[in-house]
Design a protein around this ligand. Structure first.
Ligand SMILES: C[S@@+](CC[C@H](N)C(=O)[O-])C[C@H]1O[C@@H](n2cnc3c(N)ncnc32)[C@H](O)[C@@H]1O
Length: 268
């Protein structure tokens, strides 16, 4: 009986029925009454489709960011900060893929094209990336219109991996759409990274690595987008800094984790 059930499960997986189930969950999740809309004023002036009543605002949207971003109005977010898969086929300890899209580059250009479209003109995007696949990221960003204006480095107070060297740093690019005015007090391009303790997501970042960038490149009431949200760290930093957020995550359990973390967080 158990063996038969095991066989059924394999058939179930081959038919991709779990995806139908995930779709159903997405539908109910996205249409559920919003318990997280903040009372922050939204500064998206001149765009009547993104305001404090927007179905996207202060939510963790479950699904593929390319299709969800396509349903968002153009020029509707003030700042993007995101940490997409690094294209390194990252595996969990039991040998399973840690999350989707770490093993292919198909999503890169369409995802960044949508991010470029929804970002307001003369605005910033910060994107973490994997240095081993830097050329794919740079090519996609430039093809869709982003322009790299700075390179950001986080120095960790612990060694995250030993290979040919001990790995002590992480990196991101600061990209622009158009020509945002340069900040009067520009942030340094090197930041500290202290060990964040236990993590529920395999690539969860400490919130303190994100908050200085939210502070530098957005203002209170702005809309901050992270289309590869994972456990919702960008949303937590945004909420802490009194910004609105829009998070998108493709894996149901991570999107739930992000919602739970955000539900418990409060602005500073
Ligand atoms: C590097 S992790 C982000 C971790 C996050 N910074 C945190 O602190 O938890 C990348 C995330 O992007 C998600 N992802 C991959 N492809 C996606 C897609 N097309 N749409 C939405 N999310 C996607 C993965 O499931 C994964 O959780």
């Amino acid at each position: 009986m158990l063996a038969a059930r095991g066989k059924d499960n394999r058939l179930w997986q081959r038919l991709h029925l779990p995806y139908a189930w995930e779709e159903l969950k997405q539908f109910f999740h996205n249409h559920k009454g919003d318990t997280m809309n903040s009372s922050l004023p939204c500064t998206s002036k001149g765009n009547p489709t993104v305001n404090s009543q927007s179905p996207f605002l202060n939510r963790v949207l479950f699904g593929d960011c390319i299709s969800i971003l396509r349903s968002m109005p153009a020029a509707s977010v003030d700042f993007i900060l995101t940490d997409p898969p690094y294209l390194v086929n990252f595996k969990t300890r039991d040998g399973r893929a840690a999350y989707p899209n770490d093993d292919n580059t198909h999503w890169l250009k369409p995802a960044f094209a949508e991010m470029f479209r929804v970002l307001k003109p003369d605005s910033y995007c910060v994107c973490f990336y994997g240095w081993m696949k830097a050329e794919f990221f740079l090519q996609a960003w430039k093809q869709v219109g982003f322009y790299p204006v700075s390179h950001l480095v986080w120095i960790k107070n612990y060694c995250s991996r030993r290979e040919h060297t001990q790995w002590y740093h992480d990196t991101a690019y600061l990209l622009t759409k158009g020509n945002p005015p340069k900040p009067k007090q520009p942030t340094p391009d090197v930041f500290d990274w202290h060990y964040g303790g236990s993590r529920s997501h395999p690539a969860q970042r400490p919130v303190h690595t994100i908050t200085p960038l939210i502070a530098a490149f957005s203002k209170p009431g702005d809309v901050v987008l992270d289309p590869f949200a994972g456990s919702g760290t960008t949303g937590l930093a945004a909420k802490e800094m009194r910004r609105n957020y829009i998070l998108i995550e493709k894996v149901w359990r991570y999107s739930k984790l992000a919602r739970d973390r955000l539900f418990q967080a409060s602005p500073k």
